[in-house]
Write a protein that binds this ligand. Structure first.
Ligand SMILES: Cc1ncc(COP(=O)(O)O)c(C=O)c1O
Length: 412
């Protein structure tokens, strides 16, 4: 299908714009931000973004307001470089109460500026430790990957990551992993996101244990991005934090941007061997100077309002799953896309069965909904990955409106 005829499909949905304007607004390599902005400008629902649309829990915001209005925490000052006591202690409590990780102590935890703060610190640590970018072996990413992991690696090292394929169902491709770790240059870092974004897949415990062993043998750091660890839809989630002794080469990155909808609060944390935590602090601190004072609010909320925290996570999870339950069949019916059942995260993927991701995106827009193209999560942004991704972190009313729009859209 030619671009112009793709765009023709949008004629009825956006009648006030010329084909040229539409092509400009939706270039061939449109990202989820382009699609989100396009939807906003043209009054179309968007599920392209990765931004949860629900507010943080009221009790958490109240605690933040009290801290902000009071004097006790001297919020004009720097925060402790490892993170404040109340935040780190709350995280230890979470490890014990929620994550089956009784061996994690305060020394294993570094407060960070979101999960991105962990990522950037690990990358810079590795570059410094090895004595420069050219001394570092390859940096690996499992495909499909979170777009910014690739960007951050490229920005820090001045070269693109090595992409390690997975199987069609997003389970590990052991041959590809073995090749990347032990053949050619080998890897100094492998990043794995669990649950996956965009895949919504979970790594089985056996597979993760095997990966930990293999990366250890290869002298490769394993960075687990577990930002979605609170958004799990089925049994069987496992994390290295549960090990009796977290191996020195494994670092886990977590945060509250998704589970507490605190995206701009920039409160995350790294879990690792205490020696590694110490080294990461020395990189993180001069870049970010402090993790925001909001860490006190999250710390106290977890410690004093654990039941509310638990309720919020459960309600958010139920909402996302209920949204997926109505959106998946409605999209399948209206667009012919085949849903892939997610096991966690905020997302759901579909096989779109048309010849390019862009064509699928335009069909979605013509039916009244914006979605993200698979291409942004694959190496070199191919025209056709066969996939699109939706985000389920919207209100149920909005999900129902999208279903109604899909049901009423004319067939073209
Ligand atoms: C896999 C993954 N890692 C990290 C982030 C960003 O995390 P933070 O906002 O805590 O830096 C996102 C946000 O979409 C994500 O999907």
């Amino acid at each position: 299908m030619k671009l112009s005829s793709e765009i023709e499909v949008l004629r009825d949905t956006v009648p006030n714009k010329s084909a040229e304007e539409l092509i400009k607004e939706l270039p061939q390599n449109a990202t989820m931000r382009d699609i989100f902005d396009f939807c906003k400008r043209n009054n179309i629902h968007s599920l392209a973004q990765g931004m949860i649309e629900l507010p943080p829990p009221k009790k958490l915001r109240d605690i933040a307001a009290t801290i902000c209005a009071g004097d006790e925490n001297e919020i004009h000052q720097y925060r402790n470089r490892f993170g404040e006591e109340d935040y780190r202690d709350a995280l230890v409590t979470l490890m014990q109460k929620r994550y089956e990780a009784p061996h994690i102590t305060r020394d294993h935890i570094l407060a960070t500026a979101g999960v991105t703060g962990v990522l950037c610190s690990v990358l810079i640590y590795l570059k410094n430790e090895k004595g420069g970018s050219d001394k570092v072996r390859d940096l690996g990413l499992i495909v499909p990957f979170y777009t910014y992991h690739a960007k951050q690696i490229t920005d820090v090292f001045g070269r693109t990551p090595v992409y390690v394929s997975s199987k069609e169902d997003f389970t590990p491709d052991w041959e590809a992993i073995h090749r990347a770790l032990f053949e050619g240059n080998g890897l100094d870092l492998l990043i794995v996101t669990n649950p996956g974004n965009p895949g919504g897949n979970l790594w089985a415990r056996d597979d993760l244990e095997k990966l930990i062993e293999m990366t250890g043998k290869a002298g490769c750091l394993l960075l687990m991005d577990e930002i979605y660890c609170d958004l799990i839809w089925r049994e069987g989630y496992w994390s290295p934090v549960q090990m009796d002794k977290l191996p020195k080469h494994v670092i886990v990155a977590r945060g509250f941007a998704k589970s507490l909808a605190a995206q701009s609060w920039r409160c995350g944390y790294a879990v690792g061997d205490p020696e590694m935590i110490d080294k990461l602090m020395k990189i993180h601190d001069p870049i970010y100077i402090s993790v925001p004072w909001l860490q006190h609010a999250i710390g106290r909320y977890i410690t004093n309002e654990y039941e509310d925290f638990d309720r919020h996570i459960k309600e958010t999870g139920d909402l996302m799953q209920n949204n997926w339950k109505i959106l998946a069949p409605a999209m399948q019916k209206a667009l012919g896309w085949t849903p892939l059942e997610p096991s966690g995260s905020m997302y759901g993927m579909f096989y779109h069965h048309v010849s390019t991701d862009k064509e699928a995106i335009v069909h979605g827009l013509a039916k009244g909904v914006g979605v993200a193209p698979g291409s942004i999560f694959w190496p070199n942004n191919p025209d056709n990955t066969g996939y699109v991704r939706i985000h389920c972190g919207v209100s149920h009313e909005k999900a129902k409106e999208i279903v109604a729009a899909l049901e009423s859209a004319p067939n073209k």
